[in-house]
Design a protein around this ligand. Structure first.
Ligand code: ZN
Length: 70
């Protein structure tokens, strides 16, 4: 059997804030952008560019759908 123990690693995906995910931030062309949760799935722009959103306070990686707020 071949196990992949790399899943997870040091990457934090659980927000430590109260309430959770007070704000989402990402980076677009080197510029910080704000994100908003999108329960229906990430926006086409997010998917196309492969953007990653993190919590603006604890920097946990947001794994749900989201969209750029701007
Ligand atoms: Zn947080």
């Amino acid at each position: 059997m071949f196990f992949r123990w790399r899943s997870g690693g040091s990457e934090v995906t659980t927000c430590a804030c109260t309430p959770e995910w007070p704000e989402l931030v990402s980076s677009l062309d080197g510029h910080p952008v704000r994100g908003v949760p999108s329960p229906g799935g990430s926006s086409p722009m997010v998917l196309m560019l492969g953007l990653v959103a993190v919590c603006g306070r604890c920097a946990a990686r947001y794994r749900g759908g989201w969209a750029v707020a701007d």
